[in-house]
Design a protein around this ligand. Structure first.
Ligand code: PLP
Length: 384
């Protein structure tokens, strides 16, 4: 018998399938036996249910969360000559989609506590060419939507929420995906609502934009073989719509599970006396944080050693994100240098995401934090 502890994964995407196997199997087989793999009835049904959940008038399913951002920008006629304001500390898709339209991405610094766009920094980056702002609701918590909406209104700009990590999150009692002109979601397996593959969605309250989005995701055509716009194939597969319909009624319970797990981490971190070394995520009182990730901050000099230590101890962890977007090789032409966005750069050097999924047990979490505490002790002993 080995006394090696059972691993604690960063994320357990199969736990939801195990819990809902009869429903998910039935949903998949319903699509398989119908033969309606493309644009079957589950697609429109899911769109209706998801729109109602988000409190948006329309939801348009699509192929993935990256296409969702691209669809939003395309439907808003964002293109060459336009500027789009985005945070440097987010997943690459936010930047990649802007670049794909031919528009120029303009970075605005994030707030050090939430890692979300700082409205004051956004306002300073507005020019006559600015067309849209993309607030990313990072790690499961909404950006400061009231301040951002006021800026957008004053300067006549569009907001496109990148809500990929925050399905179900709320800002002042209102769900994300209902604030911007068009908003994007991802149903990648590890997101708050995830399918068994790639899928995404956009939401809007605007009838004309909804019509345009339906066309754009299907080669820009409103009438088959007649192309009003240059769209592309960004459709949501029926099979994913069916799986998502089976899972949607459970998403609030899973979010509760994430929130309970986050509260337990908070307690364990103070219980083990390491709150001074592990800065816990900040949940703003006017928002419902959904903890798609539980991301702590440690001293940059310790971070990579800690990642190695945890992985050696069979504890999953990851760094979201190790290099801010303004310093990525593919945007060298924008001419940014280290030091341009110190808050984002500092975050990239100190963040660490711990295992987080709705089904994580208190015992698994205790093991994670106990190992973190052991690392901290060893580090202190070595320094003494
Ligand atoms: C996951 C993610 C996306 C992209 O979603 P895909 O479905 O993987 O294309 C976009 N933005 C953010 C912030 C994400 O986390």
């Amino acid at each position: 018998m080995s006394d090696r502890p059972t691993p604690v994964p960063l994320c357990d995407v199969n736990a939801q399938y195990r819990a809902l196997q009869p429903e998910i199997d039935a949903a998949v087989m319903r699509v398989v036996s119908s033969g309606l793999a493309i644009n079957g009835p589950d697609v429109a049904a899911f769109e209706k249910e998801a729109a109602a959940y988000c409190g948006a008038k329309h939801a348009i399913g699509c192929a993935n969360g990256t296409d969702a951002i691209l669809l939003a920008l395309a439907a808003l006629d964002v293109g060459p000559g336009d500027e789009v304001i985005i945070p440097p500390f987010t997943f690459f898709a936010t930047l990649g989609s802007v670049l794909r339209t031919g528009a120029t991405p303009v970075f605005a610094e994030v707030q050090p506590d939430t890692f979300n766009l700082d409205p004051i920094e956004v306002e300073a980056k507005i020019t006559p060419r600015t067309k849209a702002i993309i607030p990313v609701h990072l790690f499961g918590q909404c950006a400061d939507m009231s301040a951002l909406q006021a800026i957008a209104e004053q300067h006549n700009l569009h907001i496109v929420e990148d809500a990929a990590q925050s399905f179900g999150a709320e800002y002042r009692g209102q769900k994300c995906g209902s604030f911007g002109s068009i908003n994007s979601f991802s149903f990648y397996p590890s997101k708050n609502l995830g399918t068994l593959g790639d899928a995404g969605m956009v939401t809007t309250n605007d009838d004309a934009l909804a019509k345009k989005l339906f066309a754009f995701r299907n080669h820009g055509s409103e009438v088959k073989y007649f192309h009003k716009y240059v769209g592309w194939n960004a459709r949501l597969d029926t099979i994913h719509a069916a799986i998502l319909r089976a899972k949607l009624p459970h998403v609030d319970g899973w979010i509760d599970g994430r929130r309970a797990a986050a509260a337990r981490y908070d307690e364990l971190i103070s219980g083990f006396g390491i709150a001074g070394f592990f800065r816990r995520p900040i949940a703003k009182p006017d928002r419902k944080h959904t903890y798609n990730q539980y991301t702590v901050r440690v001293a940059p000099r310790d971070r990579d050693d800690l990642v190695k230590f945890l992985r050696d101890n069979a504890i999953g962890c990851d760094i979201y994100y190790p290099l801010p977007l303004h310093l990525q090789e593919c945007v060298k032409h924008l001419g940014h240098r280290e030091g341009d966005f110190p808050v984002s750069e500092e975050a990239s050097r100190g963040v660490l995401s711990l295992p987080m999924f709705p089904e994580i047990t208190a015992e698994q979490q205790r093991r994670v934090v106990e190992r973190c505490a052991t690392f901290t002790e060893q580090r202190a002993r070595r320094a003494a």
